[in-house]
Design a protein around this ligand. Structure first.
Ligand SMILES: Cc1cc2nc3c(=O)[nH]c(=O)nc-3n(C[C@H](O)[C@H](O)[C@H](O)COP(=O)(O)OP(=O)(O)OC[C@H]3O[C@@H](n4cnc5c(N)ncnc54)[C@H](O)[C@@H]3O)c2cc1C
Ligand code: FES
Ligand code: FES
Length: 1304
């Protein structure tokens, strides 16, 4: 509804003004008007209004790609034409889609119409695990295919720069789409399914008279509406859609004093900086065609300000061949790593420049590179319609109130002019710059590379005021770049004029300063090209990434088919088409309310008062619930032996981000607005404790419940040692970052509460809801269909949300739902524990380990639940033998969100510590790291402190010898050494990493389930206490049921789990639960098969000739129950066993910047006799890539004063992208392996391979060691993880005194 403080405006001729816009979705036109707020995003309209839930809302900041849809719009450059592109629906405002045809994944293909080739390919390549990213992946590729026609493999890879997947490790996704590329290898093409008949393109019904809209096609009969001025108003914001610059000015001039406005082009700016307040006017620029104009003359290239970054890149690639525009090639290359494909498709040049104008600290690549070219801007002033030309530097100091950027003009430059630019950030793509730089030099290449005019040296990311390196520009003017010592002096001048600021979220000032110097040196090396000495050749550029490839080797077990068969996931087609429904996709219930958490802004204080009086009066707000409203117990932990954790903080705030209450309202926006009106008063506020070291100082570090692990006599071991080595090791934490955010809906019902939750522990969810409400568990019905990834994050953490929602549902008597966005999710709950490890190791002269004393401390956050250092300590021996051990597991309490189990908790850290010890020994003795490892490998029968003696060291006996051959280890290692000898600023490293991971059938894991055979046709339905969260449990279960019952796999279906059907089941963790559930299903099916066989034997002639359905009907009429319940009893599990693996990792490092490329990884994983090889390969690859993120890019930082988590959301937290994975990834499931202790002779696989990812740190250590030796340093150095590009560069000891250009 129109609010009283806004006024309706007629813009231009009144007949042109309409109050609604038209959006066509999947061929059906919709009028959209004042019933929606102008701030409504396309994603919410699609999901909530049209119930098209294929596109997912995850980050809501343009950083994950899960919401991708494809749009066809009139081409603003020529409205007679149209253009098609992918776009993030979470950024796109609904009203800005006027005249658009939007296509969602539902339109591409489904079980009724057949699946689209892209969907088929993704499913059949095993490209889905949890499936939460899958629809976004499909739509990104669909947009690319539709806009470009055909694609090359390289274009396929580049297009996925903005789509995150946490499960698969990307390799199968890339392979699936590359198989459809024009230059696909035959090998990839051969793996495509037969696509001939599978998909019927949805064509238009061609009904010229009356369109029935039944075909669902992009309908030819729906006319693209002509753009008109639109003015509409709701929720305090007026939406305008001017159609010319003059009408744009009219709108701006018509606004009353105090009214604020926002120009809307791509609206992607809110992915970087959320609007702190809602503007009173939103003005869409889509109809102002002049702002999309592109004009090329002999001396200039002029681009309208609304031209998208993607379109500009296309223009640059065309125009680069015109005389004086050669520099556009490097501009296009730089812009290709700005944001991501979907953002560049709509994000405009003007919008980007305005972000820089509004936020001077924003390291805008567009601003910087345009300034570097000497481009100018044309600004328009609304008040008098005048225009002015300004430089980009002048633009920064001009008030833009009432002004509009009209265009940017790029000049023709002399042929001697060279422009080189760089962007160094936390991740290869889709990441902002730590430092970006552009260098413009006019150089006479025939006269000693003399600089013929004052160069332009510009930086971003240094501090908000610093752009130009003026003194360095002066210094270099007229110099010859070949002059000895020039760059050393230039770096010194540069450092004297550059003062990087220190912000907790940024890279350190030291790194940024060193990087700035290094980039200047790089630019000069680039200009000098072949003129530099051979060891410097190539150092001017960053490492380029070739198209990646993958190979998978496994045996197919034919004895128990379909067990052992490499089949795609059973849910993969529903996942790639959006038919697979997740919790958040449930239709909205009548009267459903939205909840948003009130979170603490400080990390260590007491709550004095929470004033909700203003919030509750806001229109749409129904209630604000706090600790005082909880009718039962204020804890979302119900399990025994763990500490309570408050749903809402009652007295004490333990971490910044902790929930203090929940606002519930009729709309998401009202709930959100109300949270900002809640006033919290704190008292006794203190500096938060954020690290293990700070916790030690406070006395907040304690021994765990587990006793220290001991073996032999540690003192004797040290006494017998020739060397004693001591060291410390810091390992960072990790967000789970499952793409499906934690969510819950609680609906009051006639007998209690129906709960939908993203939990992998429904029984505890039920118990905690019952506990907070003080009701019987039998009145709480929890059901879960599937989960969009967990990695441990949805074991107990989901219950914080479901319990809070339950309190609100109880209070309001209405259904309430909370769906966290990624940023809130990351600040609300903890993740993987950070670790600090302190070791003392005794060795003999050869390097054989005689004694290990270790203190392994984890940071468990504000509550000591889920402490994993004790688990880790038990695994520490890995593949090695040491006679004498003393390992003390400890835990620290800090003012951070309670940390929780995360894939291989504690184990990945303790194994990394063990590998660091091996590297440390090698460095001390000057030995080859692999040699040191080899002499310490355990033999069969060797004792170890955590588990029973080694049965057989599979790594030593099989994996290592195999890897040496298949990875060509020795030859490649020699090549790496030769390469390092020949290059000054590029170094390679290669390492071989092992692991041994003991699988224990822990007492806590018990699951119930039910196998039903239907007499009607003999098909089978299973429900079990586990949940498919991507790990493939339902696929394995279906394969087992089909094998044991002897029915076709397609007739077996796995249904949702619930607390009614599978009461009291455990959570899933410790890698083993898939196998336990498989065991239960196997036993139930065996019992059924026996019962049916016994009954069959009683039939005439032993039932010969009776068909399966007939037999089952006879069973039922003969009172044979053909349903079987199971309960996986402790004591009936097989014995514990070891899983082994190994990997060979090769990396290349750009010493000057710290950026690196993982060239090749060869993995061998022992999966026993794999039940489902594609599932297992998927787990290996996914775990490996998740671990690569843990060890390199995923850095968590906090504000030291408030304790607020700074790494939250996709802008500040960087898991690996598709362009960070190994370029060449080869995975082998160890052949001829069998496991007598396993279910159907298989070995569990979900967590162990994550331990291999530490190999990248080991390989980088080799490369860094080679770089340090050039700086005169040798010997051991500490590495803390994540080993970010910043840390790498700093460890390489880059010294500007070595910035030579020739052999000086
Ligand atoms: C995930 C992600 C990653 C990104 N990574 C990078 C990166 O690595 N490097 C980088 O440089 N940028 C990056 N960006 C920023 C991106 O380039 C900008 O968001 C985009 O260019 C803004 O264009 P837009 O059309 O969407 O602007 P909008 O969001 O529509 O507008 C942004 C602002 O500009 C104003 N505005 C728009 N046009 C005009 C005009 N003609 N005159 C006056 N004011 C105007 C608007 O009022 C608004 O305040 C990233 C963005 C996202 C979402
Ligand atoms: S990009 Fe839209 S939800 Fe992440
Ligand atoms: S399958 Fe990609 S996020 Fe789970």
């Amino acid at each position: 509804m129109a609010s009283s403080n806004t006024k309706r405006m007629d813009v231009g001729a009144s007949s042109d003004v309409v109050t609604s816009v038209q959006v066509t979705v999947n061929g059906v036109a919709h009028q959209v008007g004042t019933e929606f707020s102008p701030q409504t995003h396309l994603i919410d309209y699609l999901r909530n209004e049209l119930h098209l839930t294929g596109a997912k809302a995850v980050c809501r900041e343009g950083g994950c790609g899960a919401c991708t849809v494809v749009a066809t719009t009139p081409d603003p450059e020529d409205p007679k034409k149209s253009k098609t592109f992918s776009v993030n629906a979470c950024q796109q405002l609904l009203f800005a889609c006027d005249g658009w045809e939007v296509e969602t994944v539902e339109h591409l293909g489904d079980r009724h119409h057949g699946y689209h080739p892209l969907q088929e390919a993704l499913a059949s390549f095993y490209g889905t695990q949890c499936g939460y990213c899958s629809t976004g992946m499909v739509m990104t590729m669909h947009g690319q295919q539709k806009s470009r026609g055909s694609l090359t493999m390289s274009q396929v890879e580049a297009a996925l720069d903005g789509n995150l997947c946490r499960c698969t490790g990307y390799r199968p996704i890339l392979d699936a789409f590359k198989a459809l590329a024009e230059d696909a290898s035959q090998d990839l093409k051969d793996r495509l399914p037969d696509l001939e008949d599978s998909h019927k393109e949805r064509g238009c019904c061609k009904s010229k008279n009356k369109c029935q809209r039944s075909c669902g096609a992009s309908c030819e009969n729906i006319k693209t509406i002509k753009k008109k001025n639109v003015s509409t108003v709701t929720e305090g914001t007026q939406w305008y859609q001017p159609v010319s610059i003059q009408s744009l000015y009219d709108v701006i001039n018509s606004l009353a004093e105090g009214e604020t406005y926002q120009l809307v082009v791509g609206n992607t700016g809110e992915g970087v900086y959320r609007n702190s307040s809602t503007p009173t006017a939103s003005i869409s620029m889509a109809g102002v065609r002049e702002l999309y104009a592109i004009q090329k003359s002999a001396t200039s290239l002029k681009l309208g300000s609304s031209v998208s970054l993607g379109r500009a890149m296309e223009v640059f690639k065309d125009v680069q061949f015109a005389e004086g525009f050669h520099y556009l090639e490097s501009l296009a290359s730089h812009w290709s790593v700005v944001a991501n494909t979907a953002t560049r498709n709509v994000g405009s040049i003007g919008g980007n420049l305005m972000l820089k104008h509004q936020h001077p600290e924003f390291p805008s690549d567009i601003f910087l590179t345009l300034l570097g070219t000497g481009a100018s801007l044309t600004l328009g002033t609304a008040a008098d319609a005048s225009t002015s030309e300004v430089t980009l530097e002048q633009f920064l100091s001009i008030s833009m109130a009432g002004r509009v950027i009209l265009s940017v003009t790029l000049p023709q430059l002399s042929l001697n002019t060279q422009i080189h630019s760089y962007k160094i950030g936390p991740r290869a793509v889709n990441a902002h710059a730590y430092v970006n730089a552009v260098f413009r030099f006019e150089v006479n290449t025939t006269a000693d590379f003399q600089i013929t005019s004052k160069p332009f040296i510009l930086y971003g990311g240094i501090n908000p005021n610093f752009i130009h390196a003026k003194q360095t520009e002066e210094f270099l003017t007229s110099q010859s770049l070949l002059q000895p010592g020039l760059m050393v002096q230039a770096a010194s001048v540069l450092s004297s004029e550059m003062y990087p600021d220190s912000q907790p979220q940024d890279a350190s000032p030291q790194y940024r300063s060193s990087l700035a110097q290094a980039l200047l040196y790089k630019a000069v090396l680039s200009i000098l090209g072949e003129a530099v000495s051979p060891s410097l050749a190539g150092a001017g550029s960053l490492i380029t990434r070739p198209v990646s490839s993958g190979k998978q080797f496994f045996e197919e077990n034919m004895e128990m088919l379909p067990v052992g068969k490499p089949i795609p996931k059973v849910e993969s087609l529903p996942q790639v088409s959006g038919e697979a429904l997740f919790m958040n996709d449930a239709p909205i219930l009548p009267g459903e309310l939205h909840g948003i958490f009130i979170q603490s802004g400080v990390g260590r204080a007491n709550i004095k008062a929470i004033d909700t009086s203003k919030a509750v009066t806001l229109e749409g707000v129904v209630a604000v619930v706090t600790a005082a409203d909880i009718p039962g117990i204020n804890s979302f932990i119900a399990a025994n032996d763990v500490h309570p954790e408050e749903v809402f903080a009652s007295v004490e705030v333990k971490y910044a981000g902790q929930p203090l209450g929940l606002v519930v309202a009729t709309s998401h926006s009202a709930a959100k607005a109300a949270t900002s009106l809640v006033v919290v008063e704190y008292e006794n506020q203190q500096a938060p404790v954020l690290t293990i070291q700070q916790a030690q100082a406070e006395g907040w570090v304690f021994p765990t419940q587990q006793k220290p692990l001991t073996q032999g006599d540690i003192e004797e071991g040290f006494a017998a040692s020739t060397h004693i080595i001591t060291g410390e090791f810091d390992l960072g934490g990790q967000h789970h970052m499952a793409l499906e955010p934690i969510s819950a809906r609680v609906a009051p019902t006639e007998d209690g509460y129906d709960v939908l939750s993203t939990t992998i522990w429904p029984a505890e969810c039920q118990a905690t809801v019952a506990q907070v409400l003080g009701v019987d568990a039998s009145s709480v019905n929890v059901s879960v269909r599937r989960i969009g990834g967990s990695f441990g994050g949805k074991i107990s953490r989901s219950h914080m949300v479901s319990s809070a929602v339950a309190v609100a549902a109880w209070k309001t008597h209405r259904p309430v739902k909370v769906s966290l966005d990624l940023k809130t999710h990351m600040t609300l709950v903890g993740g993987r524990e950070p670790y600090y490890s302190k070791y003392k190791v005794g060795i003999d002269a050869e390097g054989k380990v005689l004694a290990i004393e270790e203190e392994l401390t984890c940071d468990s956050g504000c509550v000591g639940n889920d402490v994993a250092s004790g688990i880790g300590a038990a695994f520490m021996s890995s593949v090695y033998y040491c006679p004498n051990w003393l390992v003390q597991p400890m835990y620290a309490i800090t003012n951070t969100a309670s940390n929780t189990f995360t894939r291989a908790p504690g184990i990945v850290e303790s194994l990394a510590t063990m590998e660091a010890i091996m590297d440390h020994i090698a460095a001390v003795l000057g030995k080859d790291p692999l040699q040191v490892r080899e002499i310490n490998l355990a033999n069969a029968g060797a004792l170890r402190p955590g588990f029973t003696p080694v049965v057989r060291n599979v790594f030593k006996e099989e994996i290592l010898p195999r890897l040496r051959v298949t990875a060509d280890f020795d030859k490649r290692k020699a090549e790496v050494s030769a390469y390092n000898e020949s290059k000054r600023w590029r170094k390679r490293g290669m390492a071989l990493v092992p692991f041994c991971f003991n699988i224990g059938f822990d007492v806590i894991f018990r699951f119930g389930g039910l196998v039903n055979i239907y007499a009607h046709d003999g098909s089978v339905a299973i429900t079990h206490g586990g949940t498919d969260m991507g790990q493939g449990i339902n696929t394995k279960v279906s394969q087992i049921a089909a094998y044991i019952l002897g029915v076709p796999l397609e007739t077996v279906r796995v249904k949702a789990t619930s607390t009614t059907a599978n009461a009291n089941s455990s959570h899933q963790g410790a890698t083993i639960c898939s196998d336990i559930v498989c065991l239960g299903v196997k036993k139930a099916c065996e019992t059924l098969a026996e019962k049916i066989a016994e009954f069959k034997a009683t039939l005439p002639e032993g039932g010969a000739g009776v068909s399966w359905p007939e037999l089952l009907k006879l069973c039922v009429s003969g009172d044979v129950d053909i349903s079987e319940r199971f309960w996986t009893q402790q004591g009936k599990y097989p014995a514990n066993y070891d899983v082994y693996g190994g990997a060979c990792v090769e990396v290349e490092l750009d010493v000057l910047t710290g950026t690196f490329l993982i060239h090749r990884v060869d993995v061998i994983e022992d999966c026993g006799q794999s039940m489902s090889p594609l599932v297992d390969v998927g787990q290996v690859e996914g775990a490996l890539v998740m671990g690569l993120g843990l060890h390199t890019t995923e850095e968590i930082k906090f504000n030291p004063t408030t304790g607020q988590k700074l790494a939250a959301g996709t802008w500040s937290y960087k898991p690996p992208s598709a362009l960070d994975i190994p370029v060449d990834l080869r995975v082998t499931l160890l052949p001829n392996s069998s496991n007598e202790s396993g279910v159907l002779r298989a070995k569990a696989v979900g967590e162990p391979p994550l331990c291999l990812s530490y190999g990248v740190v080991m390989a980088l250590r080799q490369a860094i060691t080679a770089a340090r030796s050039m700086a005169g340093e040798s010997g051991w150095f500490d590495i803390s993880t994540p080993l970010t590009v910043e840390k790498i560069q700093q460890l390489c000891l880059v010294d500007s005194s070595q910035f030579v250009t020739t052999q000086e």
